[in-house]
Design a protein around this ligand. Structure first.
Ligand SMILES: Cc1cc2nc3c(=O)[nH]c(=O)nc-3n(C[C@H](O)[C@H](O)[C@H](O)COP(=O)(O)O)c2cc1C
Length: 149
């Protein structure tokens, strides 16, 4: 069974709920879903992941959520080809009322590319009314992930 890792960075649970929904959909599609907070996976485990979806909100003034910061710092400090075996996609949650719209999700999308990973699906930046866009992105991303050997 192909495994899909789904990580969420969240302050108030929106990204977590989307990640859990994605996990359910992935299982329905025949993937083995592993849904975790970004503070529930080690860098060593992450470097072994082949298929990854990231759901991450932005907090403060364009900052990572608390549960995402340490992992983000660890990934940022990796060598440039560390994630060459990884296929990933990022859904960013934010609010266009803020200057740094969806900044954390943009940072995740950029750092994985910088560290050698393959962006399998384009990032989606979601404003406050995100439910329909998130469902569309999640279903499309999971069907793409199913094609990765
Ligand atoms: C105090 C506060 C700061 C925020 N800062 C930003 C920001 O800088 N950029 C942005 O795009 N959204 C920002 N947001 C919006 C959140 O990212 C958005 O509400 C998101 O859906 C929260 O998801 P979560 O529950 O997974 O953390 C902020 C929200 C709050 C309440």
């Amino acid at each position: 069974m192909k495994k899909l890792t789904i990580l969420y960075g969240t302050e108030t649970g929106n990204a977590e709920l989307l990640a859990l929904d994605a996990g359910k959909h992935a299982e329905e599609q025949g993937l083995e879903a592993d849904v975790r907070g970004m503070d529930q996976i080690s860098l060593e485990e992450l470097t072994d992941v082949r298929r990854l979806l990231v759901f991450c909100s932005t907090w403060g003034d364009g900052e990572q959520p608390d549960n995402a910061q340490d992992l983000f710092d660890a990934v940022s400090a990796c060598e440039s080809d560390t994630f060459s075996g990884l296929n990933y996609g990022v859904l960013a949650l934010g609010d266009t009322a803020f200057d740094l719209f969806c900044e954390s999700g943009k940072e995740w999308d950029a750092v994985f590319e910088e560290k050698g990973a393959h962006r399998l699906v384009d990032r989606m930046d979601c404003d406050t009314d995100y439910e329909d866009d998130a469902v569309y992105w999640t279903e499309n991303s999971i069907s793409q992930m199913k094609t990765v050997e």
